[in-house]
Design a protein around this ligand. Structure first.
Ligand SMILES: [Zn+2]
Length: 357
């Protein structure tokens, strides 16, 4: 019943401020009586039901918009907060957000932290300009991390929101700082992929047991000869379906080479359209020169996804235009799929790294 109030407020906000929709829908609503008011960790919006129920409709909309802005602006990211004092950081972020919401034409609650002198400044700049002892601020920011791919997706959504506001003749210099940030060259996809792969378990075994150490044998125990940094189980699938141009396939081949050279993992390369047509295993840093790439069939991601899952591969990187059936998340087992694509047409709930533009 209580959560209905939040959902209703969110629906009202979507109608009232449609430019916010992409940003709001990223947040999961989580009932959290202990937060007393509202809070966010960048992914969820926590609300105390009793507090929320007592706010009037316009205050409720503002609370959701406010927390959504904290989330999309990366205010919860520990890397961004750095060594800053949390409550002062929270206040700086509130000043940044409230100016943006004010420029977007929303009605701020009484007592909201807003000052024109901070117009056009990022939260970091406002923090530096704030008096050492500052009071106020909203319910709170909980530390939360986003992957580089998630951050990139959020920045795209934020830029789209800013553009929508601009078209509507709203959003001014407080937005400009973030528009500039969003317009800055995006992170190179290689860096994003590297960050995504850095969490991948490096090998099924940290030790190589094949060549026992002589010293260990002499001591009567079977010690591994070395602590080999055995690279992890990564698969890269290249979509060779008819919808992929030769240039795109060549690009995918270059991606395999790049990952192999930079990350030095063992890689299982699969060429696939509606079926897997080839499998190649590359050892650490091994150079891959594909022969003639056959394919040209219909697109289906499921065979390669199934194969990766059966092999217990942790991360499947799929280079594709993404137009085809995918395995439902519950059938992917422990395998995470990361898509590398040029398409703008990106399904929800997928980890996507965009290349080109
Ligand atoms: Zn706040």
């Amino acid at each position: 019943m209580q959560s209905d109030i939040v959902r209703l407020a969110r629906a009202r906000l979507l109608i009232d401020q449609p430019w916010l929709s992409e940003l709001i829908m990223r947040l999961t609503l989580v009932e959290s009586p202990e937060c007393q008011t509202t809070a966010t960790d960048g992914k969820s919006l926590f609300y105390a039901p009793e507090f929320f129920g007592k706010c009037n409709k316009s205050e409720q909309m503002m609370l959701i918009a406010h927390e959504a802005m904290h989330a999309v602006l990366g205010h919860c990211d520990p890397h961004r907060v750095g060594g800053r004092q949390p409550s002062r950081w929270n206040i700086a972020c509130d000043y940044a957000i409230n100016l943006m919401l004010d420029e977007a034409g929303m009605t701020l609650a009484d007592g909201a932290l807003v000052s024109k002198k901070y117009t056009g400044m990022t939260a970091e700049a406002i923090y530096a300009a704030l008096p050492k002892k500052s009071g106020g601020g909203c319910g709170g920011l909980r530390p939360g991390t986003s992957s580089p791919a998630e951050r990139a997706a959020v920045m795209t959504a934020l830029a789209a929101a800013a553009q929508a506001l601009k078209r509507a003749g709203r959003g001014g210099s407080a937005w400009q700082a973030y528009l500039d940030e969003a317009a800055a060259p995006p992170l190179d996809w290689r860096d994003i992929l590297r960050a995504e792969l850095s969490g991948v378990r490096r090998g099924s075994d940290d030790f190589s047991w094949r060549r026992p150490s002589r010293r260990g044998m002499a001591l009567g125990c079977y010690l591994p000869s070395q602590i080999a940094y055995v690279p992890g189980p990564i698969a890269i699938a290249i979509d060779t379906s008819g919808s992929m141009a030769m240039a795109e396939i060549a690009e995918a081949v270059a991606i395999v080479r790049d990952v192999s050279e930079r990350e030095q993992p063992d890689i299982l390369v699969m060429l696939a359209d509606q079926a897997i047509s080839a499998e190649v295993r590359l050892a650490m840093g091994e150079h891959w020169e594909p022969g003639k790439v056959s394919g040209g069939g219909g697109t289906d991601f499921r065979p390669a996804q199934r194969r990766a899952s059966e092999l217990g591969i942790e991360t499947l990187v799929y280079v594709s235009d993404m137009a085809g059936p995918m395995l439902p998340h519950e059938e992917r087992g422990a395998t995470k799929t990361i898509w590398i694509t040029r398409t703008r047409d990106i399904p929800k709930n997928e980890t996507v790294i965009k290349i080109g533009e």
